[in-house]
Design a protein around this ligand. Structure first.
Ligand code: ZN
Length: 346
């Protein structure tokens, strides 16, 4: 009853006096901002457990857009802010939260700052900004519009020696079918691409850049697939029975390594995509029954999973604590560990 009446009064601003209306407005915005930090905490936990994988989403972003109904921009800002909070030490993270809640920092500026921090880290991996430096930058963005924030960060980029003269890479969807990709190449790379064109022979002479990239993508896909999941060779069978015997005979611990031939067969069988979410990125060969729980390396116990789904499966089967190390790995979905390494055998 109580709740209902409160709800009613908030939904009927017409009945409020001018003073009360302004007061309530303040209160609501305050509540909205507190909710933002709470949402960031929850997003972080969903990411930690890789829960989106259970719903068939390829990434937290995918989940935030398709399941939670955020626009791409809204989802991106929240995820970037969540990542910044996650990277900062507890004290500093608390400070940032306070600034979100009291309205001195908006998500757009936090998101822009996080991009800047990432650029610095990329330009000098050994000298990333410290938590204190990050807070100093954020302090300069307080009470600024996103445009003002952008200008401040542009100055910071110049100070940090980052190249600001070149336009940033951009991908823009033109239709369901087509995307526009904007990127800047240096002289060497352009020369290399022309070299590839020449090596491809006559058929590549009249190709557009998109066609050439398509040709190169097909070639590298094949080469990378062979490297990661083994060449598909029927002749590989002689080594397989021996390996299989080793798998069955060795009581404990069971070997974690999976032969290239087997990898290749699993890859073919599962269609080169994650069997849970269909992603084709960061694919790993997963043990359905984990090695840690006595699972073997027979083909029926193997399947293709992307990094996120693999971690999620590990969390479900082995618990969050045990998976902590994997959660900490930076952008594991983009840089999967090579086959045969520990992470492939969750
Ligand atoms: Zn997946």
């Amino acid at each position: 009853m109580q709740e209902q009446s409160t709800h009613k009064s908030t939904s009927q601003p017409q009945s409020l006096s001018d003073r009360d209306l302004l007061k309530r407005m303040q209160l609501l915005v305050q509540r909205e901002r507190s909710l933002v930090t709470e949402i960031l905490h929850h997003l972080r936990e969903v990411e930690r457990r890789k829960l989106y994988s259970d719903l068939g989403y390829k990434s937290l972003f995918d989940y935030a857009v398709k399941e939670l109904g955020y626009s791409e921009g809204q989802a991106g800002r929240r995820i970037q802010a969540m990542k910044l909070l996650r990277e900062l030490p507890q004290e500093e993270a608390k400070e940032l939260e306070k600034k979100i809640e009291d309205g001195s920092l908006n998500l757009t500026n936090i998101c822009q700052a996080q991009s800047f921090f990432n650029e610095v880290k990329k330009a000098s991996p050994n000298k990333p900004l410290q938590a204190k430096d990050k807070l100093d930058v954020l302090k300069e963005l307080e009470h600024k519009s996103s445009r003002q924030g952008q200008a401040t960060l542009m100055e910071k980029r110049k100070d940090a020696g980052l190249d600001v003269s070149l336009p940033k890479e951009k991908t823009r969807a033109l239709s369901q079918e087509h995307s526009e990709l904007q990127l800047v190449l240096n002289r060497e790379l352009l020369a290399e691409l022309e070299e590839v064109r020449a090596l491809l022979g006559q058929k590549a002479m009249g190709m557009s850049w998109a066609e050439l990239i398509g040709e190169m993508a097909a070639l590298s896909k094949e080469a990378l697939k062979n490297k990661r999941f083994g060449k598909r060779r029927e002749k590989a069978t002689p080594s397989t029975p021996a390996l299989r015997r080793r798998c069955i005979e060795t009581a404990a611990p069971k070997p974690r390594s999976i032969s290239k031939g087997k990898r290749s067969r699993v890859w073919e069988r599962d269609g080169g995509a994650c069997v849970k979410c269909g992603s084709q990125q960061g694919l790993q060969v997963d043990h359905i029954v984990p090695v840690a729980l006595g699972g073997g390396c027979e083909e029926e116990n193997l399947r293709l999973l992307c990094f996120g789904c693999n971690v999620r499966e590990g969390v479900k089967k082995l618990g969050l604590e045990r998976m902590k190390r994997d959660d900490m790995s930076p952008r594991g979905d983009m840089s999967p560990s090579p086959p045969g390494s520990k992470r492939t055998t969750i």
